[in-house]
Design a protein around this ligand. Structure first.
Ligand code: NAP
Ligand code: MG
Length: 405
C-alpha cells in the first residue's frame, strides 16, 4: 500500500446541509480518504450547528480561510421563515455565503465544467466562460421609497463637516418610485484586483463591461478604477502572460460573447453577474455542473458548488429512495481547493491528484454514465442514468486506475 498524500497546511473544510451534506461524506469516503491524509480544519456549517453556535461557526470558518488561505464549502441552507419553523431555529440566520463573502470581501468566479458529450447551446463556444461577479453593493443594498403624492425627490450627501452635495432626481406630479444605491472605492478596487489576479492565474483574457455611456458617474467610476489599477499594476504582467484586458459596453459584450468562442473571464457588476451567471450555467448545460470560487483581494480562496442543497432530492433520500443527484460541482470544489492548496504549498503530488479526480470525473460522464439532470442534455448514444452513489463509485473506479498508473 502506497503512503497517502500529505497536505502541509490545513485546508478549511466547511460541511453543509441536506443532499449536498450526504454527497460530501460520500465524496470524502470514496474519492479522497483512500489517497489523501485529509489535513482539514473542520467547521460544521450545517444549519443545526449554526443555530447551536449562534452562527459563530460561520465567522470562525471565514477567519480560518483568512488564516490558511484555502477553504472548501458544502452548500448550506439560507434560512427563510419556513426553515426557521422546520429546524426550530432561534433566529433567521444570515446566508453563510453572504457572511463569508463580507469577511473575505471577495469576488465570486463561476465556471461551468465542460464535458465532450454535452454541447453548449451556443454552438461557437469551445471553451468555458468564467463569470466574475462583484458581490457588493448596487441594487443589492439599495434603499427604495414609494411615493404617492406630488413632491421632489433629491439625492443628498452630507459630509462629516456638514457640507452638502445634492441633485434633484425628479419632481413628481403624481406617485412614483425612487431608489438610491451605492458602491465604495474600496470594494471596486478589491473587485478589480481579484479579477486581474484571477485572469493572470488562469491565463485568460479579462473582459469588463458596464453601461458607462448612460451612467456617466457611477458606472464610469468602475471603468476608471479598473483602468487605473490595470495600467499601474497589471499591464506588464498581462503582456508577459500574453493575455489582454478589454473594456467595452455591456451591450457590446453580450453580442461578442454570443458569437465568440468562450475562454475569457467576464467581469460583471453585481446585478449583471447574478443574471449572467445563471444564463451561462444553463447555456453550458446545467447548474449542477457550475463551480464557484470566492477570491479575496489578498488571495484567499473558497471553493464550492454553485447550486444549493438540492432539498427535493434530500426528502426522497430521507424516505429511503435512491436519488440521482449530480456530485460533479461538489467534487470540483474539492479538487479546486486541493489543487490550490497544493500549489500554494509547492506540493505537486497534491496538485496531480486533484487533476486526476477531475479527469476521472469527466471521463465517467464522457463514457455516458451520468445523473438524471444531465441525461436529457447529453448527445451520447448510450446513456446510463446513475444514482448518486453509483456515479461516485464509477468515478472512484476510474480514479483508482489512474492512481495505479
Ligand atoms: P438547489 O438546491 O440548487 O436545487 C434546485 C433544483 O435544481 C433541484 O431541485 C434539482 O432539480 C436541481 N439541482 C440542483 N443541483 C442539482 C444537482 N447537484 N443534481 C441534480 N439536480 C440538481 O436550489 P433550491 O432548491 O432553490 O435551494 C435549496 C436550498 O439550498 C435552500 O435552502 C437554499 O437556501 C440553499 N442554497 C444554497 C446555496 C449555497 O450554499 N451556495 C446556493 C443556492 C441555494 P429537480 O428537483 O428538478 O431534480
Ligand atoms: Mg441569480
Amino acid at each position: 500500500m502506497q503512503s497517502k498524500i500529505q497536505i502541509k497546511t490545513p485546508l478549511v473544510e466547511m460541511d453543509g446541509d441536506e443532499m449536498t451534506r450526504v454527497l460530501w461524506s460520500m465524496i470524502k469516503e470514496k474519492l479522497l480518504i483512500p489517497y489523501v491524509e485529509l489535513n482539514t480544519e473542520y467547521y460544521d456549517l450545517g444549519i443545526e450547528n449554526r443555530d447551536r453556535t449562534d452562527d459563530k461557526v460561520t465567522v470562525d470558518a471565514a477567519n480560518a480561510i483568512k488564516k490558511y488561505g484555502v477553504g472548501v464549502k458544502c452548500a448550506t441552507i439560507t434560512p427563510n421563515a419556513q426553515r426557521v419553523e422546520e429546524y426550530k431555529l432561534k433566529e433567521m440566520w444570515k446566508s453563510p455565503n453572504g457572511t463569508i463573502r463580507s469577511i473575505l470581501d471577495g469576488t465570486v468566479f463561476r465556471e461551468p465544467i465542460m464535458v465532450n458529450n454535452i454541447k453548449p447551446y451556443v454552438r461557437t463556444w469551445e471553451e468555458s466562460i468564467i463569470i466574475a461577479r462583484h458581490a457588493y453593493g448596487d441594487v443589492y443594498s439599495a434603499v427604495e421609497i414609494q411615493v404617492d403624492e406630488p413632491g421632489i425627490a433629491e439625492l443628498v450627501f452630507t459630509s462629516e463637516k456638514g457640507i452638502k452635495k445634492s441633485k434633484v432626481i425628479k419632481g413628481f406630479e403624481k406617485g412614483g418610485i425612487i431608489q438610491g444605491m451605492h458602491n465604495t472605492e474600496e470594494s471596486i478596487n478589491h473587485f478589480a484586483h481579484s479579477c486581474f489576479r484571477y485572469a493572470l492565474e488562469r491565463k485568460r483574457d479579462l473582459w469588463f463591461a458596464t453601461k458607462d455611456t448612460i451612467s456617466k458617474i457611477y458606472d464610469h467610476r468602475f471603468k476608471d478604477i479598473f483602468e487605473e489599477i490595470f495600467e499601474k499594476e497589471y499591464k506588464n504582467k498581462f503582456d508577459a502572460a500574453g493575455i489582454e484586458y478589454f473594456y467595452t459596453l455591456i451591450d457590446d459584450v453580450i453580442a461578442r460573447i454570443i458569437s465568440g468562442r468562450g475562454g475569457m473571464v467576464w467581469a460583471c457588476k453585481n446585478y449583471d453577474g447574478d443574471v449572467m451567471s445563471d444564463l451561462v450555467a444553463r447555456a453550458f448545460g446545467s447548474l449542477s455542473m457550475m463551480t464557484s470560487v470566492l477570491v479575496s483581494p489578498e488571495g484567499c480562496y473558497e471553493y464550492e458548488a454553485a447550486h444549493g442543497t438540492v432539498t427535493r432530492h434530500y426528502y426522497k433520500h430521507l424516505n429511503g429512495e435512491k436519488t440521482s443527484t449530480n456530485s460533479m460541482a461538489t467534487i470540483f470544489a474539492w479538487s479546486g481547493a486541493l489543487c490550490k492548496r497544493g500549489m500554494l504549498d509547492g506540493n505537486s503530488e497534491l496538485v496531480e491528484f486533484a487533476k486526476k479526480i477531475e479527469e476521472a470525473s469527466r471521463e465517467t460522464i464522457e463514457a455516458g454514465i451520468m445523473t438524471g439532470d444531465m441525461a436529457s442534455l447529453s448527445d451520447s448514444d448510450k446513456v446510463v442514468v446513475a444514482n448518486s452513489e453509483d456515479l461516485l463509485d464509477e468515478i472512484a473506479k476510474r480514479l483508482e486506475a489512474k492512481m495505479k498508473m
